[in-house]
Design a protein around this ligand. Structure first.
Ligand code: CP
Length: 321
């Protein structure tokens, strides 16, 4: 595997889930695979889960993880091509990336959408440069449009908790005080489309996700109707994807608190499990009552981030042999 961005990069999902089960059962069985290998994890943005789970996955495989916090530990990096570098950015990605590539075997990059320029974000301009100029396999640790390590962990979690062969999974938009990227819902939709689930999306009008991720999934604008009979409720905020109105890209169009997932919403489900990628704002996305209930699986979901990252790194290391 040369890069990990999309569900197609992981190949057969059944095989990937079986591999995840093996990795979870025997996490240290591949210690020799990563011996004398280095992964550099580059963070342009904050993280708790991705940073720690990626390091833990690398350590489980016997690798040496190095974390670089861009701007805090390094020079500020210029990402735009063709600019006069007379501002506060001392180094360009064009030099930094091949230098980083010369120090490691694998690279992970977290680089959120700027939410200012849809074309720049949706072209994955920063991650694409890492692929082009590093010469090393690259993992998206949440880039402008995707968060595949999260979506893979979400699918592993659904597989573990499902009690029906084809569960109903509902992804619901929820309000948030700040404009957030679409990477998590894009990837969740992409992975659920590929999985054996009955997938429904619900959000207010104007929040339609890019068709390249959602395909022909049903969008039910009535949240309560969408949640009826759900086995899993996946809550997430995202800002306007700008699909029909590019001028609204990255804007907050709605703050309706009726969309906060609470006991009233969960009551119409089939005793659904509650999921969220975290971090989550309590009583903004989900009520205390729901996230603290026995049906909340946000902690095991986060724990599976080690498993998803380890499967991806393991496959990349196997391909290096
Ligand atoms: N879910 C997730 O990616 O968490 P962090 O932003 O803390 O890494």
């Amino acid at each position: 595997m040369r890069s990990f961005f999309h569900v197609s990069d992981i190949g057969d999902l059944g095989k990937a889930l079986e591999e995840a089960r093996q990795v979870k059962a025997t996490p240290f069985a591949w210690k020799e695979l990563g011996r004398d290998k280095t992964i550099i994890l580059i963070f342009f943005n904050s993280s708790l889960r991705t940073r720690l789970s990626s390091q833990k996955a690398a350590l489980n495989l016997g690798m040496n993880p190095i974390v670089l916090n861009v701007g805090a530990d390094s020079w500020k990096l210029e990402t735009q091509l063709g600019v006069v570098m007379d501002g506060d950015k001392s180094e360009h990605l064009r030099e930094a990336i091949p230098v980083i590539g010369s120090y490691c075997d694998l690279i992970g990059v977290r680089s959120f959408a700027g939410l200012q320029d849809r074309d720049f974000d949706y072209a994955e301009t920063i991650l694409s440069q890492f692929i082009e100029y590093s010469g090393k396999p690259v993992i998206s640790l949440e880039s402008a449009t995707v968060h595949p390590c999260q979506a893979f962990a979400d699918l592993i979690t659904i597989e573990e908790y499902k009690t029906k062969p084809r569960p109903k999974v509902v992804m619901t938009w929820a309000p948030h005080p700040r404009a957030l990227p679409q990477a998590v819902p894009n990837s969740f939709a992409e992975w659920m489309n590929a999985a054996d689930v009955d997938f429904v999306i619900t959000h207010p009008e104007g929040y339609e996700l890019d068709p390249k991720f959602v395909g022909d999934v049903v969008v039910e604008y009535d949240q309560m109707k969408a949640l009826e009979g759900a086995d899993f409720v996946y809550a997430k905020n995202w800002s306007c994807p700008g699909v029909s109105r590019p001028e609204d890209y990255g804007k907050i169009l709605n703050k309706d608190m009726d969309w906060v997932v609470d006991a009233r919403h969960m009551a119409v489900t089939d005793n659904a499990y509650f999921m969220h990628c975290l971090p989550v704002r309590r009583n903004m996305i989900v009520s205390d009552e729901v996230i603290d209930s026995p049906r909340s699986i946000v902690i095991p979901e986060a724990a599976n981030r080690v498993v998803s990252a380890q499967v991806v790194m393991k496959r990349m290391l196997e391909d290096l042999r």
